[in-house]
Design a protein around this ligand. Structure first.
Ligand code: ADP
Length: 282
């Protein structure tokens, strides 16, 4: 069943002024409940505008966004509730930490939802555990945490609202390779356990290849592909023509195939490649 639907949405910044800029043009798609979707596209392709439309921070000039089949702007006064249901982790979310303690920061969203204290407490602890924040950090000031811990605390604040759809905009940006891998596995296990729908915006094709079921590809404000991860990365030439690339390991395996080595198409991770090459050796 479709949880989030975009129907012919268009968005123009500064409409009617000399700065007018069409950021999205006639974009339609359906995201199924429980899917993990990757969103990729060159800088300026409309990704940020799109995710802000999906959680009601921006209102489409044309077209509709449906959550569970209902137009999210049907009752504009209730748009705040949509933002609880479609939780958004912005780029560098740690800059939005502001409370005296990590606990209060994570509790901020559930508190705004008007939940009872015990439920807030349960959600704060569960969210902290998902992102691997030790309970003793909850009483510290967010400013005492390391960069990676701050990032995880900020993400926990959104997870604690238990959104039906979790949108993450470049969650691993600026982290070191280990921090990036750990955070990605935590996001994956959140998805595996909670079975919620996740939309991940990323510049890293390697990250997307490892984690997404389907990929939405944007270019110049238009949707150019929305298909399974294997299918999207098998269209390397088309991706390159819009300034994107396939994961390096996929490219290497494609080159091996061109040389007549019988490895399958659509290899997306180093682990898969290793497995296939070992199979050839036995
Ligand atoms: P992405 O997230 O893929 O980099 P954006 O959604 O940020 O793309 O931008 C899409 C287009 O809209 C770009 O041409 C960008 O310059 C323009 N744009 C984004 N935000 C604004 C804004 N606040 N005012 C005017 N133009 C904007």
């Amino acid at each position: 069943m479709s949880i989030l639907t975009a129907e012919h949405i268009s968005y123009i910044y500064g409409a009617g002024t000399s700065f007018e800029k069409q950021a999205l043009e006639d974009v339609s798609f359906e995201i199924e409940s429980g899917e993990f979707v990757g969103l990729i596209g060159h800088t300026g392709s409309g990704k940020s505008t799109l995710v802000q439309l999906l959680n009601g921070l921006l209102r489409p000039k044309e077209g509709r966004i449906l959550l569970n089949g209902k137009d999210i702007w049907e009752k504009p006064k209730k748009i705040r509730e949509i933002r609880f249901k479609v939780g958004m982790v912005f780029q560098y979310p740690e800059y939005q930490l502001f409370e005296e303690t990590v606990y209060k920061d994570i509790a901020y969203g559930p508190k705004n939802m008007g939940l009872p204290e015990e439920e807030i407490d349960r959600k704060v602890h569960a969210a902290a555990e998902f992102v691997g924040l030790k309970p003793e950090l909850l009483d510290k000031s967010p400013f005492e945490l390391s960069g990676g811990e701050k990032r995880r605390a900020a993400i926990a604040g959104v997870i604690a609202m238990d959104p039906e759809v979790l949108i993450l905009d470049e969650p691993t940006a600026g982290l070191d390779p280990l921090g990036r891998d750990v955070l990605l596995s935590q996001i994956k296990s959140y998805h595996d356990v909670r079975k919620n729908t996740v939309l991940l915006v990323s510049h890293s094709m390697e990250d997307i290849a490892r984690i997404a079921d389907r990929i939405l590809v944007m270019d110049h404000g238009r949707k150019v592909m929305f298909s399974t991860t294997g299918e999207v990365f098998s269209r390397g030439g088309e991706l390159e023509s819009i300034g994107l690339r396939v994961p390096q390991i996929t490219k290497i395996m494609m080159l091996l195939r061109e040389q007549g080595i019988p490895v399958p198409a659509n290899i997306l991770t180093v682990e898969q490649a290793f497995h296939e090459i070992m199979n050839l050796c036995v």
